[in-house]
Design a protein around this ligand. Structure first.
Ligand SMILES: *Cc1c(COP(=O)(O)O)cnc(C)c1O
Length: 401
């Protein structure tokens, strides 16, 4: 059960376990939260670092039929994996030609009048082609600003050749339910939908296939029905991140990252550890060196701030994170537990990605998308559907309860 290029988990410096059953359960929870409304899935950035080629089919089997990626290349790769789903590309026609999108049956999310014009010209020369429209309601990153929505409403012929299947916008502060920007963004989205309907005859929510309206990503789904429209498009929550700040996380934890202890040593008062001698010991201390570093996405900002768990016991990171190694204080852990070869949880039940992110001064999204390429990756929790025989695992291998 090892990949051909790997010496197996027992010989790996670190093991990343991805619980596919937890991802499926998270999809079902979000779908239930949306009730009768469709739940899509965002699998950009290689499914937030977890492996889109493996994760997307799991979501498909859980019932997902509509997927979002960020780039054209991600869309092309996803099309190889899933033949019969709708795939939207957030970055739209800013990169790539309409022919590239059409060749892989990808729908650009059109972000400007210029992109609409290009897609429309292509569609008029062939046949009307499906696409999404992105309306900017306050993020000021991508999408048609209000004046372009107005201009589109005044010149509906610009959409001839375009078959809109989606009108979407994105919330800036949805993880804070009381944030004063949420309601105005909702109102602005509704106003844009009304302008489109009035000017272009696109009646969002209707049609065949229907023009779906979508505002909510993971956090927006938890803001209530007003924000649901016709389609939710969660990413982070599928992968176990908390959708709301300062609230209990209802999502199942998806990943566990175990690092291996390479050496254990005793140090004494006055000694220092690691680059820059950034930690000085004030008493006799036992140190464990773990074979994971910033080259693996164990962020350098966790120097003197992060922690590993050995069972219930926290072993704080002492000194700087280096490229391939960290050092943790295991003074309080029995020698027969913290020994060379033992595995410690760098991300696990006691320190989920959001917690590690807090210690690193970042967000769970960055922890996930930074997960390193050197980890031995183990996919567990689903049987009989392993996309690669070499990665087949059984439920007996499940290491996340
Ligand atoms: C990344 C992204 C999402 C998914 O957001 P999550 O917070 O991960 O659920 C949805 N919509 C857009 C436009 C995005 O860029």
């Amino acid at each position: 059960m090892t990949t051909p290029e790997s010496a197996g988990p027992e010989n790996a410096n670190a093991i990343l376990t991805v619980d596919l059953a937890a991802i499926a359960a998270n999809y079902r929870l979000l779908a239930a939260k949306l009730g009768p409304i469709e739940c899509a899935a965002v699998v950009k950035a290689d499914a937030y670092g977890l492996g889109a080629a493996i994760v997307a089919p799991v979501l498909h089997r859980a019932g997902c039929r509509r997927f979002f990626v960020a780039t054209l290349d991600e869309g092309i790769a996803l099309r190889q994996v899933l033949g019969d789903v709708d795939i939207y590309v957030f970055s739209g026609l800013s990169v790539g030609t309409p022919a590239d999108f059409a060749a892989h049956r990808l729908q650009p999310v059109l972000n400007s009048l210029d992109e609409i014009d290009r897609w429309a010209a292509f569609g008029r020369a062939q046949e009307p082609r499906p696409a999404g429209l992105h309306i900017d309601t306050g993020m000021a990153r991508l999408g048609l600003p209000p004046d372009e929505v107005t201009r589109l409403g005044e010149a509906p012929h610009r959409l001839e050749g375009v078959r809109p299947t989606l009108v979407m916008s994105h919330l800036a502060c949805a993880d804070e339910p009381e944030h004063p920007l949420n309601r105005p963004q909702l109102a602005s989205f509704e106003a844009a939908l009304a302008r489109l309907q009035h000017g272009t005859g696109i009646v969002p929510g209707t049609g065949s296939p229907p023009v779906r309206r979508s505002l909510a990503a993971s956090s927006g789904i938890f803001l209530g029905e007003d924000y649901h429209f016709d389609l939710g498009r969660p990413g982070a929550a599928l992968y176990g991140l908390a959708p709301l700040k300062d609230a209990v996380n209802p999502m199942a934890q998806v990943i566990r990252l175990q690092g291996r202890i390479l050496q254990v040593r005793d140090v004494d008062t006055g000694m220092t550890v690691g680059y820059g001698a950034a930690h000085r010991f004030t008493g006799p201390t036992r140190l464990a060196t773990i074979g994971v570093g910033y080259a693996d996405g164990y962020l350098r900002s966790l120097s003197n701030r992060g922690g590993a768990y050995i069972g219930e016991k926290r072993a704080p990171v002492v000194g700087r994170v280096s490229m391939d190694l960290i050092t943790v204080d295991v003074t309080g852990v029995p020698r027969d537990v913290a020994h060379p070869g033992a595995l410690v949880d760098l991300i696990g039940p006691k320190n989920p990605p959001d917690t590690v992110a807090g210690e690193a001064g970042t967000i769970g999204y960055e922890i996930l998308t930074s997960l390193g390429r050197r980890y031995h990756r183990r996919y567990v929790g689903e049987t009989g559907h392993a996309p690669y025989a070499a990665r087949a695992v059984t439920t007996a291998d499940r290491t996340i309860a």
